[in-house]
Design a protein around this ligand. Sequence first.
Ligand SMILES: C[S@@+](CC[C@H](N)C(=O)[O-])C[C@H]1O[C@@H](n2cnc3c(N)ncnc32)[C@H](O)[C@@H]1O
Length: 291
Amino acid sequence: MADYHQVAGGSQLKGPMTQVTLDSRNTEFWNELCGSQLARSLGITDHTPESLRRFDDAYLALYPYLTPYVTREDLAAKQVLEIGLGYGTLGQYLAARGCRYHGLDVAPAPVAIMRHRLTLVGQDPGDRIRQGSALSIPYADASFDYVYSIGCLHHTGDLPKAVQEVHRVLRPGGRAIVMLYHRHSLRRFVQLPVRYLRNCIAGRRRYAGFGETVRAYYDANTEGEAPPHTDFVSRGQVRRSLFKDFSRVRIDTRNCDAYVFLRGRIVIPRERLLGTLGRVLGTDLYIVATK
Ligand SMILES: C[S@@+](CC[C@H](N)C(=O)[O-])C[C@H]1O[C@@H](n2cnc3c(N)ncnc32)[C@H](O)[C@@H]1O
């Protein structure tokens, strides 16, 4: 853990916020389903099968590199845990592939929608979808063949502990597929500092400082508020520190913004950048780690 503090520049909990406070703030913040802005932009106001299908189509089109992390694996009859459920697109996709799907989330709303989605694919959720924290996964050691966690563990406030927990619940040879935000992305290194400076100079400051501005840019809720905590990690931190107990680690850089220059006269669409710039300086790291 000390190593992580050093290399990460002390990005874990600082100041007066305790883990208990953060857990309760996370529970409250994430109880608005992550993806609510996308749903709103699509005019989705309910969770009928048709609305969820429209949401999932749009979500998967936005992140076209996501499903190969599922289809490349042989999940049939495997014990799979997903941590950080959001709107439940990935969870339903996993469950529909014949694995023994389990879900965990700190907030009640993602748990509720995931339970609903399991019934839509003809499965009884039983106690397989639980409310709880990634920092204390409510399962015994070596319970799972796979753990999926996309965009969640960096919000917990103790990323090393969260990764240790994932390692603990995986059986030997089991695999973790984890997305964490990339510390060295073009968005975080160039685009957001420039934007922040421009806004400061123009006197347009909504957030308390640069950190909150960045958190809000990545994960604002529909009120525009920033999530309570977000960590950003480098590939080196992933390999040398966070995932050092895994026997094999592969890191893919993914995701990218569109770029607009000269007052909209030059626009480079996001789709063009996903397979190029996004593979080097993209916003997300997809980590495939074998125990
Ligand atoms: C940014 S959303 C990602 C959701 C989904 N995986 C996706 O990619 O759309 C983060 C999710 O992690 C959950 N989360 C945040 N802190 C957590 C914790 N300590 N333990 C478990 N889940 C947590 C939130 O409730 C939320 O559903």
